[in-house]
Design a binder for this molecule. Structure first.
Ligand SMILES: [Fe+2]
Length: 136
């Protein structure tokens, strides 16, 4: 799998969100390039995953509070996307905790697919909303 180079097309126009998305993309890239990426249940992988999960949840909180603070009309729909992600990552960690081997490649592919779709399609929907309000 290819790593992602953050470029202008990923920009949602709000600096704080762009910075957080860059961090997340950095973590995704680390997952792909990790030598243990094929090794189910490796410590290095679960370490990166844990950090990433924690950071993602913090990011969702920050993003939702920004959207709420400006009365973004589609906040609820956006929150549902975050909730689905949270549920999925919790499922993955439960499976790992139960000793069910989650193939890292499947997990990594899911995370890549989810984040690229989420930033480029879902987060992008608030770009013009904040641009009109002069929030950057
Ligand atoms: Fe989002």
């Amino acid at each position: 799998m290819e790593t992602i180079d953050w470029s202008a097309r990923y920009s949602v126009g709000v600096e704080k969100m762009d910075e957080q998305h860059k961090q997340i993309i950095g973590m995704l890239n680390r997952l792909v390039t990790s030598p243990e990426a094929h090794d189910a249940g490796s410590e290095a992988m679960s370490e990166i995953l844990m950090t990433m999960t924690r950071y993602s949840f913090e990011h969702f909180r920050a993003e939702e509070s920004l959207l709420r603070g400006h009365d973004y009309p589609d906040l609820e729909q956006h929150r549902q996307e975050h909730i689905a992600y949270r549920r999925k990552t919790i499922d993955f960690s439960t499976a790992t905790g139960l000793g069910i081997e989650v193939v890292p490649q499947i997990l990594i592919a899911y995370l890549f697919e989810w984040w690229t779709h989420h930033i480029l399609e879902e987060d992008m929907k608030y770009k013009s909303f904040f641009a009109e309000k002069g929030v950057g």
